[in-house]
Design a protein around this ligand. Structure first.
Ligand code: TYD
Length: 209
């Protein structure tokens, strides 16, 4: 066996550039001969994508923070069991656009749930699986707002469309998580160009490349 396959997660607020950077990372890994699968949360498997439609789509007032946390944990359980663990066991790296720290920052920081409760759901659903490295992409709120206008043309999902104070609590939640676990998290400045951010990401994974 060569080196173990790594599980890499991208985290950050809306408009941080996670999806673009996740795609670039998978391409950079492929160029080094490292097989990697790109996936996202909520979603990644048919069951989890069905839950995604339930949580993020639809009309009306939507879900409360507790129901939301349970649905995200259920989607994650399916994703971990059916896609993430089998890929890692087969020697394929997994690059995931959002993972459990999104539940901790959004339903916890944003929605006011206890971090210990979210981690308990994660233990039940996914045996507490954590990424080997979590890349937290941080950007200024004004830059996020500009990028979202371009990307979404004013159309938000249920969570993305929440008011600015909710998103400020989410950003603060991510920052606290990164401070608490400095060896798992790498904080990446996402305010610059796509190329600059991509280079910072490769540097943050340098020990494995
Ligand atoms: P997505 O379209 O992936 O958002 P973005 O492109 O901004 O990353 O939608 C995911 C939304 O779901 C986003 O608003 C964050 C939210 N979310 C949670 O609230 N909790 C979670 O556990 C996850 C995975 C996502």
């Amino acid at each position: 066996m060569g080196f173990p396959a790594r599980f890499i997660a991208f985290e950050g607020g809306e408009g941080a550039g996670k999806s673009t950077q996740a795609r670039r990372l998978v391409a950079a890994l492929a160029a080094r001969g490292i097989p990697a699968v790109l996936t996202r949360e909520p979603g990644g498997t048919p069951g989890a994508e069905a839950i995604r439609a339930l949580v993020l789509g639809g009309e009306g007032e939507g879900w409360g923070a507790r129901a939301e946390a349970l649905l995200f944990a259920a989607a994650r359980a399916d994703h971990v069991e059916r896609l993430i663990r089998p890929a890692l066991a087969a020697g394929t790296w997994v690059v995931c656009d959002r993972f459990v720290d999104s539940s901790r920052a959004y339903q916890g920081g944003g929605g006011g749930l206890d971090d210990a409760d979210i981690l308990a759901l994660h233990r039940i659903g996914s045996e507490g699986l954590l990424p080997d490295r979590t890349l937290l992409i941080e950007i200024a709120p004004e830059i996020a707002a500009q990028r979202l206008i371009l990307r979404d043309a004013g159309v938000d999902d249920r969570i993305g469309g929440r008011a600015a104070p909710y998103h400020a609590r989410v950003a603060a939640g991510f920052a606290r998580l990164a401070e608490a676990e400095p060896s798992r998290f790498a904080r990446i400045d996402g305010n610059g160009s796509t190329d600059t951010t991509h280079s910072a990401i490769l540097a943050a994974l340098g020990e494995w490349l």
